[in-house]
Design a protein around this ligand. Structure first.
Ligand code: ZN
Length: 215
């Protein structure tokens, strides 16, 4: 019988030996696995050799065929074709829009008429300095008139207003030839400006002779 200390050392050596064997075995398995990546079953083969330019995989489509198609496409793009325009680009009116344009123009006239009736009964005030609008009487005294020329105390300078203050008119140039060139800078004072809504209706198909006098 070994003494207790000698038995412990022997047991420790056995454990170390087992662990070393296990580690060596695992390393060999890993090597085998790595080699198997290039194994064909009959044996190990080397990495594929580097192919020369002439040995490389051929194109799916022959390069000359690709070039030929590109040349044809380029030739096609150079051919000038007549583009058929449809209304209103071709100068004709869109038939469905003509009655709509007449409706818009009639509604605009009615709107102005009705607002005039209301403005006769309800006072409208406008600041002659900053353009602030107040509907009803008396006008407010809030000191928010903060523009060049306003009073020192920032109070508004109220004056009696009208329909033009509650329904401002947006103007645009009237195009006598809507397919022609745009109005130039030098022509800006010679070309008439009319309400933009009226111009919209004219371009949509309202005959200008139908309009007595644009508001
Ligand atoms: Zn003001």
């Amino acid at each position: 019988m070994f003494p207790r200390r000698a038995r412990t050392i022997l047991h420790f050596n056995q454990i170390i030996s087992k662990r070393c064997n296990a580690k060596i075995s695992a390393t060999n398995e890993l090597k085998n696995y790595a080699c198997a990546l290039y194994s064909t079953g009959l044996g190990y083969v080397g990495l594929p050799r580097r192919l020369s330019k002439s040995d490389k995989k051929p194109w799916v489509t022959d390069i000359n065929e690709v070039k030929r198609k590109a040349r044809l496409e380029k030739k096609e793009r150079r051919v000038v074709r007549e583009v058929t325009l449809s209304p209103p680009e071709n100068g004709l009116l869109v038939k469905e829009l003509i009655p709509v344009a007449h409706e818009v123009l009639a509604a605009r006239s009615e709107l102005f008429t009705c607002i005039s009736i209301l403005a006769d009964s309800i006072p409208i005030h406008s600041c002659s300095v900053c353009g602030e609008v107040h509907v009803g009487s008396p006008p407010h005294q809030i000191r928010t008139c903060n523009v060049s020329g306003s009073k020192n105390n920032k109070e508004h300078t109220w004056a009696s207003g009208g329909i033009e203050h509650v329904l401002p008119i947006v103007e645009s140039f009237h195009l006598y030839d809507r397919l022609g060139r745009a109005v130039s800078h030098n022509e800006r004072l010679q070309v008439d400006r009319i309400p933009a809504v009226v111009e919209l209706c004219i371009q949509a198909g309202v005959d200008i002779l139908w309009i007595n006098k644009p508001n």
